[in-house]
Design a protein around this ligand. Structure first.
Ligand code: NAD
Ligand code: UFG
Length: 349
């Protein structure tokens, strides 16, 4: 079965693509490489123990922008006219930085919303009606609930979150308009970690914004110290609590969601992908130091603008709907992030 994976070279897309290959799916990966490296596919060969000839039979990599409608049409047309139509799409391509979205809202609306509209139009033309979409827990905005369920208010607080919520609405409208569409809208909590081989992982350009890549770079000596954004939150130790999810658990959640869409037509599911467990920034620092044996220098600083104190999923609906739950612990997330970082101190370069 042929699947289109947009953004398949990125952090979550690459781990999911690898698992999809292992499950026997053939892939067309469509990525602009705006925030990723082509080198990731060489790493697939190492992990799968195969050569380039085998891999090129299983994956076709297309460098393109999801806003390029002509190129998307060419891709769908090529597979449909060769009798090997694309059955479903996993749509990871998008821009994802909250802080950048505040400065460049036009880019975020253009790529995240108009890019998705483009994709949907081309899918409809070629009668491909199943899509797994990367949404985010950021759509919930600030919350006072100890664990967030899917029926929580949607109230994003920044342009990035607005674009994710808008795409969710768009897909819901499509589902209501025509009984051919099926969507799995997956709201990720905090994806971290890396493949256990250390061959693929998160490779942010520039100084990282997120906690895990930042701590890894402090531990390896590329950055001097971690700033902890506030110790006055109403949490157990005053630092921010998040629901970290190992990227391989997350990738497996996508396979379960895809299988659900392939089982039956005309469904829409909106699901939290998280562990249901919260860890504070100090918990993460402590576990990271234990795993690596390296002291993590840190300093308490002011709260970061736009942050919330606690953001933890109630993952029970995902378990009930998909039979999926996370398996990997914070220790394994730190171990695998560190393994990736030490084997690739400069990422893919
Ligand atoms: P990433 O930046 O590593 O991957 C996104 C991929 O999309 C990259 O390979 C990038 O080159 C590609 N891309 C960007 N713009 C494109 C365009 N216009 N056309 C084609 N390709 C384009 O990010 P990720 O962490 O793997 O995130 C994947 C998806 O999950 C994104 O939609 C993101 O918003 C969402 N998400 C991520 C997180 C997170 O913390 N990582 C949390 C919630 C949701
Ligand atoms: N933190 C620090 N210092 C840092 C970086 C982060 O103390 O240098 C703290 C934050 O204040 C927060 C926690 O570590 O308490 C996690 O922060 P991240 O930046 O790693 O993650 P966020 O929860 O802020 O946001 C992430 C993604 C969003 C996504 C959200 C929910 O960046 O895009 O998870 O999925 F929407």
């Amino acid at each position: 079965m042929k699947l289109l994976v947009t953004g398949g070279a990125g952090f979550i897309g690459s781990h999911t693509s690898l698992l999809l290959l292992e499950e026997g799916y053939d892939l067309v990966i469509y990525d602009s490489f705006h925030n990723s490296s082509k080198k990731v596919f060489k790493r697939f060969e190492k992990i799968l123990g195969c050569d380039e000839t085998y891999l090129t039979k299983r994956i076709k990599v297309i460098e393109g922008d999801i806003r390029d409608r002509n190129l998307l049409e060419e891709v769908f047309n090529y597979y449909s006219s060769s009798g090997d139509s694309i059955t479903a799409v996993l749509h990871f391509a998008g821009l994802k930085s909250v802080s950048e979205s505040v400065i460049k809202p036009i880019d975020y609306w253009d790529v995240n919303l108009l890019g998705t509209k483009n994709l949907i139009e081309v899918m409809a033309k070629y009668e491909c009606y199943k899509l797994v979409f990367s949404s985010s827990a950021t759509v919930y905005g600030s919350t006072s609930s100890s664990k967030i369920t899917e029926d929580h208010n949607i109230n994003p607080q920044n342009p990035y979150g607005h674009t994710k919520a808008a795409v969710e609405d768009f897909l819901t409208d499509l589902y209501n308009s025509n009984d051919k569409w099926s969507f799995a809208i997956l709201r990720y909590f905090n994806p971290v970690g890396a493949h256990s081989s250390g061959q693929i992982g998160e490779d942010p350009f520039g100084v990282p914004n997120n906690l895990f890549p930042f701590i890894s770079q402090v531990a390896i000596g590329r950055l001097e110290k971690l700033l902890v954004f506030g110790n006055d939150w109403p949490t157990t130790d005053g630092t921010g609590i998040r629901d970290y999810i190992h990227v391989i658990d997350l990738a497996q959640g996508h396979i379960s969601a895809l299988e659900k869409l392939l089982e039956n037509n005309n469904q829409i599911v909106k699901l939290n992908l998280g562990s249901g467990k919260g860890h504070s920034v100090l918990d993460v620092i402590k576990t990271f130091s234990k795993v690596t044996g390296v002291d993590i220098p840190y300093e308490i600083s002011n709260r970061r603008s736009g942050d919330t104190g606690q953001n933890v999923a109630d993952p029970s609906l995902s378990k009930k709907t998909l039979g999926w739950e996370t398996k990997r612990t914070l220790f394994e997330m730190c171990r695998d992030s560190w393994n990736w970082q030490t084997k690739n101190p400069n990422g893919y370069n």
